[in-house]
Design a protein around this ligand. Sequence first.
Ligand code: NI
Length: 283
Amino acid sequence: MVELVYTQVSGTWPLCGMWVRVPPRAPLKKIGTRTGATFREHPGLVRGRVPPRALRDRFLITILFMQTHDTIIKNIAEEVRKKLEDEGSGHDWWHIVRVWNMAKHIGAQEHADMFVVELAALLHDIADWKFHNGDGTVGPKVARQILEQFSIPQEITNHICEIIANMSFKGAGVQTPMPTLEGKIVQDADRLDALGAIGIARTFAYGGHKGRSIYTPGQKPIMHQSKEAYMQNDSATINHFYEKLLLLKERINTKTARALAGGRHQFMEEYLRRFFREWDGRI
Ligand code: NI
């Protein structure tokens, strides 16, 4: 006979206060990880005993709400896909998919609230300041409008918008601290996508999008000390490796992401060495 435990969910919407029936121990953790909710056993219920009918009805409500989490993520992903599908600067839908997958991978290792992680990853480039004259308020504002359509509670919406506002690199001399674990994870996932072979492809796509030259001999990289100076920069794309990409390895937040960043960083250094040798006709 399977022993069952009746627990009440605490902490995270939309499961908060609902009753859920689960086999003891391991599955509790599993469900908790998936939804970001935490569980505690109700003192009034004994293991294996069926609760009153009213509580069983609430158990059914719980299952419906649990599906809602997945449905929200799926629907928001669909909105983002429609909006960014034809984007040509390297901030397209497939960038979002890679960041989303990477954030899920890092988040699972770091035990984060996955609902926040997934939504922040999906919405992080919905209206990037780089494409709105440096206005960092547009991204969080558009994300908030989308989250409101899905009736996400204020607390979760605020957390996601705060992550989006603090996400991006704003110059070599500008710190971009991320206060929460979920934010650190999404920022790492985004930064990993700026490194390695993918990072190189995206950098040249972005340079082309901005009409920049590939490389201009004699033009030195600049370590920008403000977001404004970084934004006004229109030097050759190769400079961007020194002004941003090669600096990212030191700004990775989590252990899981750091393990991946090293190899991607090394590949870019190799790429640059080869680039200059070919430029000079040495190979
Ligand atoms: Ni991004």
